[in-house]
Design a protein around this ligand. Structure first.
Ligand SMILES: [Zn+2]
Ligand SMILES: [Zn+2]
Length: 203
């Protein structure tokens, strides 16, 4: 767990000289996804816009954006805030999440933002839902509403420990919504997703 004073970097403990608990050099060194497939967000070579998998089997959504590869130190920061309610990590992650999505989607604003819900029990234990916090900030930035109709009915186990087939079964019927979305442009906000063999953060 990180313990930092205000104005100290979470990662290197130097003075940040700004409001964020992350210094500029450490922020630059994060595993930013610079070149991604515009459909599924997995890393691709420069000048490639759609990956081979999406070309042969297009996904059922029009685009995806992810800020980072889910690797050091993003994985550690996420672990700290999720499992230890580390407040500086929570704030830094929210800011980075909004920064990466806010920039990439600035010209592609949705009609509504759908934060991926946590199961009630999990949200009670953790005290907050990171996706909802980020959605709230994006909603303010873009002046669009947040969807509150989607609920998580099943308490799913850690997706990283499951095979592809088990993951599919574990999230089957896990969500329920009373909302109607026909003809609307939605974005779904989540902290980590798995696409093929890649774990991506801030999606
Ligand atoms: Zn630093
Ligand atoms: Zn792709």
């Amino acid at each position: 767990m990180f313990h930092v004073l205000p104005g100290r970097c979470l990662l290197c403990d130097s003075r940040t000289n700004r409001q964020r608990n992350l210094c500029n050099p450490c922020e630059q060194d994060l595993p930013w996804l610079k070149s991604s497939c515009r459909l599924c967000a997995v890393p691709v070579h420069d000048h490639v816009s759609v990956c081979g998998r999406c070309l042969s089997e297009p996904p059922p959504f029009v685009s995806s954006h992810a800020g980072f590869a889910y690797s050091w130190p993003i994985d550690q920061l996420l672990h700290n805030f999720k499992d230890h309610a580390d407040l500086p990590a929570r704030r830094v992650l929210s800011e980075l999440h909004v920064k990466s999505l806010g920039n990439s989607l600035a010209y592609d604003k949705p009609d509504v933002i759908v934060p991926v819900p946590l199961h009630r029990r999990k949200e009670r234990e953790r005290g907050f839902n990171q996706s909802f916090e980020v959605a709230t900030q994006l909603a303010k930035l873009w002046h669009v509403p947040i969807d509150h109709n989607c609920k998580r009915l099943k308490l799913t186990s850690d997706q990283k420990l499951l095979t592809v087939n088990q993951r599919g079964l574990s999230v089957k019927d896990a969500f329920f919504t009373t909302g109607t979305y026909q003809g609307k442009h939605l974005i779904i906000v989540d902290d980590v997703i798995r696409r093929y063999d890649h774990y991506l953060a801030f999606c």
